[in-house]
Design a protein around this ligand. Sequence first.
Ligand SMILES: [Zn+2]
Length: 73
Amino acid sequence: MTKILKCPICKKAVPLDDPNMPFCSDRCRTIDLGKWASGDYKISSPILDPDLLEELEHAEQQRHPVDETKWKN
Ligand SMILES: [Zn+2]
């Protein structure tokens, strides 16, 4: 049984000894990288999540009054 990978981009069979595997070509590798960069795979660093960033901003704002009180005392 010969193991053959399928290119995740174009579904073409890729031999295991292909230097570009699991992609069939450098072109498909670049397309895959582009998908990651544009967020198509929805696996991004949590810090890049807009909702989380908003939450962090709110937390930042809530911390400031406490800091001011500390400075006044
Ligand atoms: Zn391909």
